[in-house]
Every structure is written in C-alpha cells, then in structure tokens.
Design a protein around this ligand. Sequence first.
Ligand SMILES: [Zn+2]
Length: 239
Amino acid sequence: METVVNAVMLRAVDYNENDKILTLLTAENGKITAGIKGVKKAAAKLKFAAQPFCFAEYVLAKRGDKYTVINATECESFYDLRTDIEKFYAASAAVEAADALTYEGDEFREIFYALVDTLSKISNGNEKEHLISFLLYVLRKSGYGINAENCVECGASLTDKDKLRFDMNAGSFTCFECGNGAGASQVTYNVIRKAEGKTYDESFITSDGEKRALRLIREYVSFKLNTAFKSLSEYIRLI
Ligand SMILES: [Zn+2]
C-alpha cells in the first residue's frame, strides 16, 4: 500500500551499506520512521530526501508496520541553511527540539507547520529570534510552556524590577526576593515576552539578550526533559 505524506526529515541513521533509516515529521501521520534504499551512493536519485532539513512530499510503501520511501519530490531545500554555519546549527536546534518533543503514534500537524515555517524564516532572516519563538512554541505545545508574566509567587508585575529569578519547576519568573531559582535578567525576560507575542521593552532586546534567553531555554529543557539539546549548545557556542 502506498501513502503520500508531506514531511520534514528530522534524522537519518546509516543502515546496511547504502541505506538509511529516516525519522520524518509528517503533516498527515505524525512522526514515522522509514527506510530509504541506496541513498549513500553518489548518484542516488533520492539522495536529497535523506539530507538534513529536507522538506518534501514522500511516497511511502507500507509493508506490515514498516515504511520504505519509494519516491520523493522536494518542496523546499532551504539551501541557505547548509551554507551558513550559524543558520545550520539554529535549524538543527529547531529540528532537534521537534524530534525530542514528538513521538510516534500521534498527530503533530501544528508542530510540523511551525517547523517548516521556522526553517524558512531561519533561512531568510534573524535566526536567533525565530529559533527562540519556535522553541517556546514547541515547549508550550508539549506542556512545558515558559511563563513570562507576573511573579508566580506574589503576583507582582516584574517589568520594573532590576533582578528576577527563574523557577525551573514552575517554568516561571519570580521577583528576586520571592523565589529561589537561578538569577535572571530583564533582558532575558523581555526577549521571551517578545517571542511569546507579549508587550515588551525594546531597549532590552539585544543580541546578548537573545543568547541569554537561549541559555535559559537550554537549562530548562535539560531540567524538565533530562535531555541535552546538543545542536542548541553548539549554536549558543557559535554566537
Ligand atoms: Zn514576587
């Protein structure tokens, strides 16, 4: 039986001499794994379909519970992601998060479309800002949202405080006096508010602030999911 899906290639693992096993995030069937034959040969017609960030229409043959890719038509190659190292790692971090926060056997249509949109935006624009927005979005969709509102302990507004804290358990900011989380700055707080579409103070939106926000997200993911986002760490190291 043949199935056609729109998918982003999340991960490829070598298999046999010339084959690979792909992890695909599809619009129609959630996350699936599918074998693809012969793609390690130099002249392989479907070589592109096993490349990082490939967004394509994949034709799959299903036998039992196993998929094999039998054809693919590229929708978008996001070529710029492979020629700029910062964009490459930012895009890798987005893909890594999409992979870590989805699983087989459920639909992830919204995350799929957000990922395609993010890869396109990272390819064409400020990758830091778009990566932060995507990470926050996929965390929220998975029940790990970061709350950049008032102090989660006392309810006071945090916009005029010099020093804040971030509570890893609650995924929320607090006044410095109220909480016992790690210290956080207005810069980080405002970058996250901006990425979440909330009101923010433009003077706090700096490149350093975006880097700090990415560090906070990395620490939070490590704490909540007990998993290291390696591409995100590499990206933070580069910027
Ligand atoms: Zn407070």
